[in-house]
Every structure is written in C-alpha cells, then in structure tokens.
Design a protein around this ligand. Structure first.
Ligand code: SF4
Length: 86
C-alpha cells in the first residue's frame, strides 16, 4: 500500500505541510514533520503540501527507500536507523 514518507534529513521544520494538510502531518518532538495518517492519499491538500514543501522532503511511495531489505510495512526488519516503517 502506498504511504507518505517525510525525509527527516531534508525537512527543515518550516510547517508548510502541517498548515496546509493537518489531516496527514503534525510536528514531532524535534519540530520536524511527522506523518500521522496515510489514509485519503487522493486529497488535494496532500498534493498541495507535497508541492509546497521547499525541500522536497515529502514523498508517497510503496515503501521508504532506505535499503533493499526494507519491506515498507510494520513487519520490516531492516536495520536502517532512518527507516520510516518503524
Ligand atoms: Fe518539513 Fe517540508 Fe513539511 Fe516544511 S513542508 S515541515 S520542510 S516536510
């Protein structure tokens, strides 16, 4: 299933995605964008948030692209620290 991923190394915490699409984004404890839902991926607000991100940090993918072992779901056992499945 397609999911939303935010690359935390690219996110600068500008808040554009949170302001435009609070259904899908909130801030985490580090002040960076956190994906809170992967439902309703056809939302116009989500498209707008992705287009408005100044660093291109938001993507919708079948799985995150951390490594070849990543399965992109809650059963993922890859060892990448930056894996978005965990
Ligand atoms: Fe981070 Fe992009 Fe969201 Fe700004 S719009 S908070 S840079 S993900």
């Amino acid at each position: 299933m397609e999911k939303i991923f935010v690359n935390e190394e690219q996110c600068i915490g500008c808040g554009a995605c949170v302001a435009i699409d609070p259904e899908h984004f909130d801030f985490n404890d580090n002040g960076l964008s956190n994906v809170i839902s992967s439902e309703n991926l056809d939302s116009a607000n989500l498209t707008s948030a992705i287009e408005s991100c100044p660093t291109g940090a938001i993507k919708t993918l079948d799985k995150c692209d951390c490594c070849d072992e990543c399965t992109g779901d809650e059963n993922c056992t890859c060892s990448c620290e930056d894996c978005d499945c965990k």
